[in-house]
Design a protein. Structure first.
Length: 411
């Protein structure tokens, strides 16, 4: 399989851009092919919607997710909890204060792709190429800050697009019907934001965003699509590494303590990627920390060491520091050596902690250390962005193993 033709340089993002409308609208004829549909649907830049069709109500003409939610309540509520709804958050807003319009538009390609969103943000930031007139009535003033909105995937020229209706769905005529395409069920739909082109930004010959390529080369590709894992049942929540349940389903964890001779031992953790259809984690931002701790018979603990799963790059995005990601279906061993205490009854614990925004944390802290050089508004956003990143961390699992003389314990 090959990457969808026509994809161009994209900004670094934590998005999984796939969506599907619920049934309840009549279908127009399907696009002639998935590839042709995607080429047209994601042609850049996305053009403005233009005047709404005659007879459209204000609700139908609106591009606001809240308006979509009037009929598609389940999809809207799921979207509200997703990272897609927060793609224009503090982590991007502090950078916009330092960018020109051309730089910002590279980010907006995935973070706020609608022409109407770009126009609103250009007006807000006073960029030179900003619309001279106020936005039309169908454009909510807050649309620019609402992230990857429903219309970004489902609306072009005020026409609605989505996957084929479910079997037995009742037909409807809202919006004049909708155009059905199997592209909404194809992983290439997600590649628009989750796959950089071969000449895209990279470090050590590795693209910053390479998720689609990782998936297409994995043993899971013939059986799973992006949507099957991240949109089960057409849910619009796009759960990933920020979600403990999703992360647990991706990993199989094992721990053993091996005697090396004398009082020397080695704790070995084997981590297997059994559920993610791409590398775990897929790109540079998330990290998973493996903390090895020896717990002695008297209850005291001693830290033995830490190993990290992830792709670590310097904050200037110029140098690779380490890459311990685990491809789909493969495993990796992480080990630390240590001396045993004289008293028996000790065990080793493996504590697994997920840091979904580890790269951002390092970057944010570096900039905050020079906050006097930043605009005050950027500093405010930056502090909130750091707080958001730290609040997203969580403990995933705890595994316990005894030395070889005793049986392993797991919980």
């Amino acid at each position: 399989m090959r990457r969808r033709p026509g994809a161009r340089r994209a900004a670094l993002s934590l998005l999984l851009a796939a969506a599907a409308l619920s049934a309840g609208c009549s279908e127009r004829a399907a696009a002639p092919s998935v590839e042709a549909f995607l080429e047209r649907h994601w042609a850049e830049p996305l053009p403005p919607q233009g005047p709404p069709p005659a007879g459209f109500s204000a609700l139908e003409a609106s591009l606001s997710p809240k308006s979509c939610g009037q009929c598609h309540a389940q999809q809207y509520e799921a979207w509200r909890t997703s990272l897609h709804s927060r793609t224009v958050g503090p982590g991007l807003l502090w950078q916009l204060a330092l960018m020109d319009q051309a730089q910002a538009n590279r980010c907006f390609r995935c973070h706020a792709p609608l022409a109407e969103q770009k126009a609103l943000l250009a007006i807000e930031h006073g960029w030179q190429v900003a619309p001279p007139l106020p936005p039309p009535g169908y454009v909510d003033p807050g649309l620019g800050h609402e992230g990857l909105v429903c219309a970004a995937c489902h609306v072009r020229g005020h026409r609605r697009f989505g996957p084929p209706a479910r079997p037995g769905a009742e037909p409807g005529t809202a919006h004049g019907g909708f155009t059905a395409s199997k592209a909404f069920e194809d992983s290439r739909f997600c590649a628009h934001c989750h796959q950089f082109p071969p000449d895209g930004p990279s470090v050590a010959g590795k693209l910053f965003e390479d998720t689609w390529n990782q998936w297409s080369a994995s043993p899971m590709a013939p059986e799973r699509t992006c949507q099957s894992c991240h949109m089960p049942g057409r849910q619009h929540s796009w759960r990933g590494i920020h979600d403990p349940e999703t992360t647990r389903s991706a990993l199989d964890l094992g721990l053993e303590v091996v005697a090396l001779g004398g009082d020397r031992y080695e704790a070995r953790a084997r981590v297997r990627n059994v559920g993610a259809g791409h590398h775990f984690p897929t790109y540079m931002v998330p990290k998973v920390e493996l903390d090895f701790v020896r717990r002695d018979a008297d209850g005291s603990t001693r830290t033995l060491g830490r190993q990290v799963i992830g792709w670590t790059v310097d904050t200037q995005l110029t140098r690779e520091l380490a890459d311990t990601r685990i491809p789909a279906g493969e495993s990796r061993d992480f080990a630390v050596r240590f001396p045993a205490p004289r008293a028996a009854g000790w065990k080793v614990e493996l504590l697994v902690r997920v840091k979904p925004g580890e790269h951002y944390e390092r970057m944010f802290r570096e900039h905050l250390a020079r906050d006097a050089q930043l605009p005050s508004q950027a500093v405010s956003h930056l502090r909130q962005a750091l707080a958001d990143v730290l609040s997203a961390e969580y403990d995933l699992a705890r595994v316990v193993a005894a030395p070889p003389a005793a049986a392993p314990i797991a919980n």
